[in-house]
Design a protein around this ligand. Sequence first.
Ligand SMILES: *Cc1c(COP(=O)(O)O)cnc(C)c1O
Length: 444
Amino acid sequence: MTFDHETLSLLSDALKQLDAGFDHLPDVESTADADALARVLGEVAVRMRDNYPYQHPQYIGQMLKPPHPMARLAYSLAVFLNPNNHAMDGGRASSRMEKEAVADLARMVGWEEHLGHLCSGGTMANFESLWVARELRPGEAVAASSLAHYTHSRLSSVLQVPFHAVPVDAWGRMDVDALEQLLEAESIGTVVVTLGTTAAGTVDPLDRILPLREKYGFRIHVDAAYGGYFRLVQNLRDETARAFAAMPAADSIVIDPHKHGLQPYGCGCVLFRDPSVGRIYRHDSPYTYFTSDELHLGEISLECSRPGAAAVALWATQQLLPPVPGGEFAAGLEEGREAALELHEWLSEDSRFVPLMEPELDIVIWAVRAEAASESSRRAREFFEEAERRDVYLALASFSREMAEAAGPVDEWDEESVLCLRACAMKPEHREWMGEIVGRLEEA
Ligand SMILES: *Cc1c(COP(=O)(O)O)cnc(C)c1O
C-alpha cells in the first residue's frame, strides 16, 4: 500500500465529538443512498489512478508534497460543517483558528505585529501584495528577476503597472548591479524578491537589496510562496541564510502552506508588516454579514468566500508541528535538503550529467552532457522517460543559455535554451529513499 489507511478511522471518532456540540438540536436523517455513493466513489478511485504517484517518495518531480495526515483529517472534519471564513458569522471558530495560524506564520518571519490572511494560493497572495503596493505607489513600476514566478508580470499587467525583469547571475539569483542600473533608469515602486524560485529553488540576495531600498526608496515584496519555510532550517549555505534572516525587513511576504507547509491545495498566505494597509481593503457591501465588532477576515481580503476548512487544517497541522526552528517540521525540511545535496553529489560524479548549480534549497537541476544544446535537450527527455520506466518520477524544465552556460553542459549553443532534468526533494522521506532513487537512476 502506498497511502496511509491507518488514520482514517480517527475521522469518524472526531465527527462524533463535533456532533456532540450540536446535540441540543433535533436529529436529522441522512438522505444519502449509500449504494449509489459507493458506486460513484469507486469510479472516482479508478479514475484517480491515472496520475503520477505524488504520494510516493519515488515521485521527486514537480513541486508536489502530500498533505500531512493531520491536515487531511482536520480538513475533512471541517468540511462536514463547511464554514466560510469570509465573516465571523460564516465561521467563528475557523476564523479565529485562521488568525492564530497566520500569526504563527508572521512570527516565523519575525513579525510580532502584522496584517494577513489565508487565500487560495501564491498567485492570489502575490496579487493582493502587488495591488496594495500599487495603491501606495501609484504610477510606479514593479521589478522582479527573470526567474521570478511568471505570474508577476501577468499580475502587473492586470493591475496596469509597468513590469521590468532583472537578469539573474549564473546561480539564478537576482543580479544586484543590474537592479541598481534599473533603479537609476526607471521609477520602480516595488521590487519583488524571490526567496526560492519555482524553477530552481534559488534565493535572491535580500540582504544585499535592502541597502538599495535606503537609497532609492522602493517597497520590497518577498515572494516566498515556495521557500518561506526555509527560514526555519539550519543547514543552509551562509549567503542563503543571510537572505532569509533579512525577511523581517520586507514590506509584504507571501508563503504558500500548500507548497511546503503540508496542506492540501487552496492554502496561500499573504502578510503585511504594516497593519494599517488594511484601510486599502475597506468596503461596505450590503450582502456582507458583519454582525460583530471582531475583525472579519472578509474586511481585509480581496476574495469573498474562503474555505474555513483550509484554516482548520493549517491550524491543526501547526499545533502538531509548530513552524519553529529546531522543531520536527524544520527537521523535515532539513532532511529534504540533505537528500537534494546527496543527489547533487551523485550527479557531479556521473560523467553523463552536469548539475547547473549546487542546490540552494531542495531543488536539483541538471543537464545531460552533449555536443550541442538541442541534443542535450533531446537526451534529457529520453532520460526522463527512462527514469519513469524504472518508477522514478522526475520533471523537466527549460533554462536559458545565460543560466546554463557557466556549468558547461554543451560545447555548441545551437539553441538559446536547454531542457534540463529537475528533482524537488520536498518529502522528508526523500533522504531515506535517495539510495533507492539513485540506484534506479544509475540503471536508467
Ligand atoms: C508556486 C509559486 C507561486 C504561485 O503560487 P500558486 O499557489 O501556484 O498560485 C508564486 N511564486 C512562487 C515563488 C511559487 O513557487
